[in-house]
Write a protein that binds this ligand. Structure first.
Ligand code: FES
Ligand SMILES: [Fe+2]
Length: 346
């Protein structure tokens, strides 16, 4: 567990697409808001749980702050970096890495109030991503211990925006009955739709599922010869509320790790970040791997963007379930236990 300096806490946004009780629970978790490589010498915009953010580098560290200069409400993403300071474009105030205003050009001699400060949130860089939390404390970032391991290739799949809820997206990632229907163009087959029974366990961090089937994970166009009866193990771990990890066991003990880490931009908009690590084909070009994953994500996106209701129903009576949905049933229960899905606050 990391300790990140907590600087500020966010308040429920004035215009928010989440209920206040859901927002309060979700705001305690950590989410990726940008790729490290995309944050260089310019302020970058992001949005998390309906809060507009500015992300930049200052004094050798990443800063994630509310995208608002409290002088006259100008977005700091319209500004620029001047060395280690971020400059507001309207009246030229500049702010240091801790968010404190350090220069007011109109009154260079005046003492600056400590209140004149950007709202800075804790941040951590990991797996090539910048993570933050609006109201959390210690950084509970899902584990991906093989990231950057010399025996693996590590990369971030193309970032994907979808008009759907993060809850529906995560549940889709955990769903094992859709391969034969949604992913027939990428890796699965329509004639291999049977879902063998599997076990779901609750862990300290969330949920663990071992799913064993004959569904290959090789791209259709690569097709290394795998015996048809090869048993593919897929290990799923849920890190609630909105992250999940899959480890696919390939033939010859080769492994593929996928961290599904959506950023809940708003209740019905999700930006999916996905660090991937694999050792089964180190010769594979990262571009090819990205293209393959993008194809899969787009297949999933089409479902997530069209499901109704858009939000994941946490009342188990709201939708019908089959045996194959064990993980998603456990996931819905877990989210409910965390306090999500309440229509009214007490
Ligand atoms: S609005 Fe930012 S300096 Fe005035
Ligand atoms: Fe899928």
């Amino acid at each position: 567990m990391d300790t990140a300096e907590t600087v500020s806490r966010a308040r429920y946004p004035a215009t928010c697409t989440f209920t206040e009780s859901d927002w309060n629970v979700l705001a305690e978790a950590w989410y990726p808001v940008a790729r490290s490589d995309d944050v260089t010498d310019k302020p970058v915009a992001a949005k998390l749980l309906d809060v507009e953010l500015v992300v930049y580098r200052s004094a050798g560290k990443v800063v994630v702050a509310r995208d608002l200069c409290i002088h006259r409400g100008t977005p700091m993403t319209m500004g620029w970096m001047d060395g280690d300071k971020i400059v507001c474009p309207y009246h030229g105030f500049s702010y240091a890495a801790d968010g404190q205003c350090v220069s007011i050009p109109a009154h260079p001699e005046a003492k600056i109030s400590p209140r004149l400060c950007l709202t800075v949130f804790p941040s951590v860089e990991r797996y090539g991503l910048i993570w933050t939390t609006l109201n959390g404390t210690n950084a509970h970032i899902p584990p991906l211990p093989v990231w950057n391991h010399p025996d693996y290739i590590s990369f971030i799949a193309p970032v994907l925006d979808m008009n759907g809820s993060a809850g529906r997206q995560v549940e889709g990632f955990l769903d094992v009955a859709h391969f034969a229907w949604v992913h027939t163009e990428s890796f699965a087959d329509r004639d291999n739709s049977f879902v063998p029974s599997y076990k779901v366990t609750r862990t300290q961090s969330g949920i663990h599922t071992d799913y064993i089937s004959t569904v290959s994970n090789y791209p259709h166009n690569s097709d290394p010869s795998t015996p048809a009866d090869f048993k593919w193990l897929r290990e799923y771990d849920v890190y609630p509320p909105l992250a999940a990890r899959l480890i696919v066991h390939f033939p010859d003990d080769k492994l593929l790790w996928i961290l599904n880490a959506p950023c809940p931009v708003s209740a019905r908009k999700t930006r999916l970040y996905c660090p991937i690590v694999q050792n089964f084909d180190k010769k594979l070009s990262v571009e090819d791997a990205c293209a393959f994953n993008l194809k899969i994500f787009n297949e999933d996106r089409e479902m997530v963007e069209n499901q109704k209701p858009e939000e994941l129903p946490l009342d188990l009576q709201a939708e019908a379930h089959i045996m194959a949905d064990k993980t998603s049933i456990a996931y819905r229960k877990l989210l409910k236990e965390m306090g999500l899905g309440k229509q009214y606050t007490s």
